[in-house]
Design a protein around this ligand. Sequence first.
Ligand code: ZN
Length: 91
Amino acid sequence: MITSRFTGTDSNGHSHTAVIVSRGDNQRYVECHSCDYQRRVSWDARGTAESHLWSEHNVSGTHRQLALGPFIAAGFGLLLVLFLMSKTHAL
Ligand SMILES: [Zn+2]
């Protein structure tokens, strides 16, 4: 599931897109659609995605296309983990 999508335009007018993908086990990955870049991230997925676009594709600025921020998603994920942990320990 793609939770966030970042696009930006380089100096040649080409647009580049990096997405944050959520998979099972609460793992999140940053994937670039312009190259084969793929990296598992534990936090600050947005920073990872944007810095890749800036450094590898000379993108001057990015904008996020979905409203759900990675920090919010991470917060919910953390709450879910804490909730599940508390249930486990209660047993
Ligand atoms: Zn790339």
